[in-house]
Design a protein around this ligand. Sequence first.
Ligand code: 6PG
Length: 261
Amino acid sequence: KQQAPSKPIMTSPKINKLDTEEHVADALAAYVGDLSAKSIANHGSFSVVLSGGSLIDTMRKLVQPPYVDKIDWKNWLIFWLDERVVPLNHPDSNYKLAYDGFLSKVPIPNSNIYTIKEGLSPEETADEYEQRLKQLVANKTLKTSNATGFANFDLMLVGMGPEGHVASLFCWHFQRFEKQKWVTFITDSPKSPPQRITFTFPLINSASEIAIVVTGEDLADAVKVALGKHANDYYPLPVQKVAPEGNLTWFLDKEATSQLN
Ligand SMILES: O=C(O)[C@H](O)[C@@H](O)[C@H](O)[C@H](O)COP(=O)(O)O
């Protein structure tokens, strides 16, 4: 008798409900520090994908003792889940936000920081970033997902907007349905500024670890839709499409879970 093909094993997300934003920052630093040590022991590097927004501030404990002194920063590789198509020194740049709050405070080599190329159109910026990721996979700087053939990042740190967007993948925008491209672009982002590039869901979901970091009351409605008892997949919020082949961990504070029963 023929056997049914085995289904991929989807591990259910780990949901950390913490009291305050300060507790989220502590738990996030412990989680990232632990993953950094494991990844570097396992394959010599730690590829980390950053979001913009409040995430960088919530990462603040990593640049303080004990983490700042313990982490093997020289083996970190930094990428962006989404980036605004503006010069790197522009106030809207996610690179500038990360540099000011995080990267300028730790000794990650400049050559390990993969910023967008300046001066291109949004489409060209996305294509150029995708090509660079493919080269890094080809020269084995980045791993490949055996399941999908997309790059397999060690960790993606994901923030969420009040209507459930992640990266620059928004509810009523087609980019969220992209299947082939690794990186795509948007020129009418509902969150300012309008021109951005963004990782696509197939690339996001090829990661080993994803942390969704959500704090504050304005995100409580989206958390209720994503994690509450009425959550369904009929027209899922972008955040509900985050389903990595590796592990998914939510970090939430009390305000963000205030609408959950
Ligand atoms: O470039 C961006 O705007 C971000 O990458 C975006 O996806 C962000 O992570 C969310 O909008 C959450 O932002 P907050 O954490 O500030 O709510």
